[in-house]
Write a protein that binds this ligand. Sequence first.
Ligand SMILES: NC(=O)c1ccc[n+]([C@@H]2O[C@H](COP(=O)([O-])OP(=O)(O)OC[C@H]3O[C@@H](n4cnc5c(N)ncnc54)[C@H](OP(=O)(O)O)[C@@H]3O)[C@@H](O)[C@H]2O)c1
Length: 230
Amino acid sequence: MLDVLIAGASRGIGLGLVRAWLELGARVHAVARRPDASAGLIELAALHGDRLQPIACDLNDPAAGERILAALGETRLDRVLLNAGIYGPEAQDVVVVGEAEIGHLFLSNAVAPLRLAHALRPLLKPNSVLAVTSSVMGSLQLSLGAGMPLYAASKAALNSLLLTWAAQLAESRDFALLALHPGWVQTDMGGSTAPVTVTESVAGLVAVVEAAAGSLDCRFVDYQGETLPW
Ligand SMILES: NC(=O)c1ccc[n+]([C@@H]2O[C@H](COP(=O)([O-])OP(=O)(O)OC[C@H]3O[C@@H](n4cnc5c(N)ncnc54)[C@H](OP(=O)(O)O)[C@@H]3O)[C@@H](O)[C@H]2O)c1
């Protein structure tokens, strides 16, 4: 049975990923700030309780890695999805944004996921997959982030940290690394007019992650399997 850890699992795409892997028969370790306050996780626990381990953790907490390792115990992981993210300040403007807001955005979207990736590294099985949820907005070459420059910069920073980690791991890496673009998705962040449903995005993301298992890929890829330029 696959062991899948999904961080940022309370709602939106993360909750959809939890549901999808449970339906595939996996054991899912779902990290959320307040699992007991997530209607979606409560519903899934009632359906698949024996295969769903909720882990309460704010991913920005400096002790997040330690807390999650303690909850996992002897578990070893086949798939890790570091999905949590925030949009950041409404005013996406370097001129007006405050120090605390900009720090919180880059901590949430770039630093915390890579910190957790480092912490979970010893638990990854050979041929596993570690994926972060990035965004096409983070592509420097495509440069699509004019309407949301701070969010785009935070996802570019996430991609950069993932790539430099891959370079540091070099030959010692025996698992795939993915930066995923989920599409523009109907969630609290994406809004109700987004063209892609959570179900469609998640079905594509699961297929992309499963296809990478057993490879040494390090790719920026969308939910339809298209490679994106960094
Ligand atoms: N929706 C889109 O169109 C779209 C497009 C491209 C990329 N993305 C990326 O996809 C990912 C998921 O987005 P979404 O649309 O599902 O967003 P969402 O509906 O706003 O959900 C965000 C999730 O991240 C969690 N989270 C944020 N900060 C956290 C923290 N410090 N600790 C623990 N959990 C935290 C939230 O938990 P709480 O419930 O506790 O707040 C929630 O589960 C994000 O990384 C986002 O940037 C989304």
